[in-house]
Each structure stands twice: as C-alpha cells, then as structure tokens.
Design a protein around this ligand. Structure first.
Ligand SMILES: Cc1cc2nc3c(=O)[nH]c(=O)nc-3n(C[C@H](O)[C@H](O)[C@H](O)COP(=O)(O)OP(=O)(O)OC[C@H]3O[C@@H](n4cnc5c(N)ncnc54)[C@H](O)[C@@H]3O)c2cc1C
Length: 338
C-alpha cells in the first residue's frame, strides 16, 4: 500500500543534497500503485517524476506531488545464441543493473558502470560515458502517458536520442512516466576501449585480454579518482554538456589557446570539453561560502553542505556568461534545474 507523505524534505532524494520540500511525496512500487494514485486529487497537482535525483538541481520547494518511481524488476524477455533482451523496470538502480549484467556475462553497458541514478531515467538524457551511450543497447521503453492514463511503447527511433538528449527532454517533456526499458545485450561481448584512459588503466594493471569485468573495474576506478562521491559532497555530475561548435569558432579559440582539446563530430563541427573551457576561464576549485566548482573536475558544481539551489544556479549562470564572453561559446546545462 503506497503512502502519500506531506511536506517532506527532498534532501535525501537528490544527490546535490539540496534541502527543499515537496508538498506531497509518494513512491510507487508497482503499476497497481500508479493506477491507484492517478484518480487521487493530489495527482491532479503539478508533478515531478523522480528517479535517483542525480541529475536535478532544486531551486524551490515543490508545490505539487513528487512521484518517485520505485518499480523494481529485471527480466529476460528473449534470447538467442548471441544476445539477450532484458526488460528492466524504472526503479532499478543503474549501477546494480550493470553489475547484474557483468555477473551474467552480458556485455554492452560495462562502460556505463557507476553512473548514479535509476534505469528509468537513463533514456531521458541517453546516458553516456567512455565511448558508449544508452542508445547503443537500447531497444524500446514503456511509458505511462500521464494525461491519457495509458501505457505507450517507444522504439529507439521514436526516442530521438542525441547527445544527452531524447524526445522526453523536448516535446514530450513532463508528459510521461517511464515504466521500463528493454536493452539488447551481447552474450559474446567485445569490449570498447576507444577512450585511451581505459587502455591506460588496463595496461597499468597488466591486463592483456580484458573482458567486460576488467573494463568495468577500470571505468569504476577512473570515475572514483575523478568525480566527487555524492555521498560525501553534493553534486549532480557534469553540470554542463560539452559544447559542439563550428570549425570556425574552434579555430578562433585555437588561435588564442594552442592546447584546446577537441573531438570531431563531422566535417564542420567539433566538440570541446566544457570542463577545459571552465578551467581555462579560472573557475576550477573556486569556492563561495558552502558551494563552488570542484577542485579536480571543473565541470562539476558542488554543495559542500547546506547550500541553496539558487546560489548554485546563479554560479552556473555566471560561469555560462563568462565562457560566452571569453570564448564566444554557449554552454547548455545538462542538469535539470527545477
Ligand atoms: C557523480 C555523478 C556522475 C554522473 N555521471 C554521468 C555520466 O557519466 N553520464 C551521464 O549520462 N550522466 C551522469 N550523471 C547524471 C545522472 O546520473 C544521470 O543522468 C542519471 O540517468 C539520472 O538518473 P536519476 O534516476 O537520478 O534521475 P533523476 O535525477 O531522478 O531525474 C532526471 C530527470 O529525469 C526525469 N525522470 C527520472 N525518472 C523518470 C521516469 N521514470 N519517467 C519520466 N521521467 C523521469 C526527472 O523528472 C528529471 O527530469 C552523473 C551524476 C552524478 C551525481
């Protein structure tokens, strides 16, 4: 039986550890819970669908109902000699899912080890890391249309995945509750070490024929050495996306800063690491009272304890304006500011 709570702090429910309140809060554990919830007057208020809260910045109390998707379950729905199709309910923890796949020898998401949050949020921004994105293994998802009160299925094309993008962050924003995702994983996995740093760690460890477990272990240690642990310092990972700029803009930056790193997207576009721009502009490690820019990773804004979401939002805007002024490049937040 689900319980609707009132006026509760959302601090334990967001990795930034921002202490804002929700007027109503409910965790749904099943489809039955959702069916029970939707006719209630509370559900008629504005809604915030929540997973693990690792990609949000709360700037105000939420005067509506927060619906935390806690529907669990992982099921093999199909398999052949080469692949397994896994249906994963939205409330499953993403990293535990990755570990479950590795235990079973199913490859495809090992490079996405240790990304916080839940499986249901993974399609929202097409999570990605170390040369792999969700879309590489994604087959379909089931989502509850909030107004129509019915389940709809989206295939990969319909999700319109892009770099940290999907249709659910654009025209279908706030219209659906993602219930489950289907992934196709390989029973005969190859590995992806296209990111040099993975190769480097494997080499340091003397591993010559790495499998998915070794790749996952390498990714975990790289992430632990670079990113602050939200359990210790509040943060939501990369605050901004890496900007994709025209060759012309890139060459202009390069004429001033010979060392600017870049990754080609197509003939006319390159991606520049936002963290490099922020660091170059002098923001890395800057601390203001109880929040700031992380000392080791300029792309991560942090709450050292008790910071207000608005202060962090203002810092993000100040950084954005400064990067625009100094490099003529516009940064877009990756984190959902609420
Ligand atoms: C230390 C750290 C490192 C990170 N590294 C990465 C990384 O390498 N790559 C990467 O891509 N991301 C990264 N992230 C960001 C984050 O972990 C991912 O975006 C993750 O998928 C968010 O999951 P969540 O369950 O916490 O989502 P939440 O923060 O709860 O929600 C995010 C958005 O999705 C919506 N949402 C959540 N669940 C549902 C649902 N079931 N139905 C409909 N809407 C929903 C919410 O309304 C919100 O708009 C990192 C974050 C942290 C803190």
């Amino acid at each position: 039986m689900m319980k609707i709570q009132q006026n509760i702090s959302l601090k334990p429910y967001n990795t930034f550890s921002i202490d804002r309140k929700a007027r109503f809060f409910v965790a749904v554990q099943s489809l039955e819970d959702l069916n029970e919830l939707t006719p209630l007057p509370e559900f008629g208020l504005s809604k915030m669908i929540l997973g693990g809260g690792s990609n949000i910045l709360l700037t105000k109390d939420f005067d509506g109902i927060v619906v935390k998707n806690s529907i669990k379950g992982i099921e093999v729905i199909n398999e052949d000699d080469d692949n397994v199709w896994l249906k994963v309910n939205a409330g499953e923890n993403w990293h535990e899912l990755v570990m479950h796949c590795i235990e079973n020898g199913w490859g495809g998401i090992e490079n996405l080890s240790l990304i916080p949050g839940q499986a249901g949020a993974a399609p929202m921004q097409n999570i990605g890391a170390y040369g792999v994105e969700l879309k590489d293994v994604f087959e379909s998802l089931d989502a509850w249309h909030i107004e129509r009160g019915q389940i709809e299925t989206f295939n990969k094309e319909e999700c319109r995945f892009g770099y940290r993008e999907s249709v659910f962050k654009k025209e279908k924003k706030d219209k659906y509750i993602i219930l489950s995702i289907v992934l196709r994983l390989s029973k005969k996995p190859g590995i992806n070490t296209s990111y040099g740093v993975i190769e480097q760690v494997l080499k340091e460890r003397g591993i010559e024929n790495p499998g998915i477990r070794e790749v996952s272990d390498a990714v975990i240690s790289i992430r632990q050495s670079k990113l602050p642990d939200p359990a210790k310092i509040g943060n939501a990972g990369s605050f901004f996306k890496n900007p994709e700029v025209s060759k012309e803009v890139f060459l202009k930056v390069k004429s001033q800063f010979e060392d600017v790193p870049s990754y080609p997207i197509d003939e006319n576009t390159v991606k520049i690491p936002a963290g490099w721009l922020i660091e170059k502009a002098g923001w890395k490690g800057r601390t203001f009272d109880n929040y700031g820019v992380h000392a080791h990773q300029a792309l991560v804004l942090v709450n050292y304890g008790g910071a207000d979401g608005n202060a962090i939002k203002q810092l993000a805007f100040d950084i954005k304006a400064d990067i625009e002024f100094k490099f003529g490049i516009e940064l877009t937040p990756e984190v959902n500011i609420i």
